[in-house]
Write a protein of this length. Sequence first.
Length: 319
Amino acid sequence: MRYGPDDRESDQFEDRSGRGSPSPGGGRRITIPIGGAGGRGLGLGSLLIIGVACLFFGVNPLTLLTSDGGIQIPIPDLQRPGSPRADAPDQPGFPGGPGVGKSGQEMKSFVRRVLADSEDVWQRVFQASGRTYEKPKLVVFSGFTNTACGAGEAAMGPFYCPADRQIYIDLTFYEELKTKFGAPGDFAQAYVIAHEVGHHVQALLGIAEKVFRAKQRVSQVEANALQVRMELQADCFAGVWAALTHQMKKRLEAGDVEEGLAAASAIGDDTLQRKSQGRVVPDAFTHGSSAQRVRWFKRGLDTGQTQSCDTFNIGAREL
């Protein structure tokens, strides 16, 4: 993708990566009593310090309380195999770290530029239909973070939270996209952001709310099928973004489209199920098959029109 130092970076960005928040499942925990005989427990001053620290690190203090009236403090295992040290600035996702083919700061600048382009595109689209586009915030984190939708972990991959209308991503996902899923390249990385922005567009248009309510009235299999349509529409919206941002700013280079198609294919439900469990269970799909994801991303890319992204008013075979 063609980006330079003069390209705008979105200000709708929050960097939590330097906090090095551990995953709740890792490391040791120690329990300290509150009060306690002989002055061995925590006093008011210590509780205030812990409370301030919790607010700083985005942790709900109530989650630290134990059933016997103490406070359980997690101590992350910094040497856990396969996970970066929380105190190591040379790890992906930390300020100054290497990122994925870019330094950590360069990667953050890149995603901010992609987000800025999405703002420009969707503002124009919404204005054309007499609507106002509300910009989402993109939050970069390391390992674990709190969101209005609950705990967010790197293992979940990038996600959009409709409750706070924010996009969350641990940038180490891009290394996984490259090495585990075989989808390298900056446009593949941009596609991930564009897909999550697509979910934000669905929230603004009221689509997400309608689907949420519909899912409450049907079986799990039917709810999964509705979610697939949601995800395929977000893929299509990502394609629309790619088409329009290139039309407006000539962003795409040779090979970019292939990178996007490879990323869409690599994270199809059938491909992921085949790798993880050796068999494909269509009723358990929540994002769509590789072929479906490629087809809908390409439909948005080829047309550049949101009207082409109606995944809800067609039959299952047409998906």
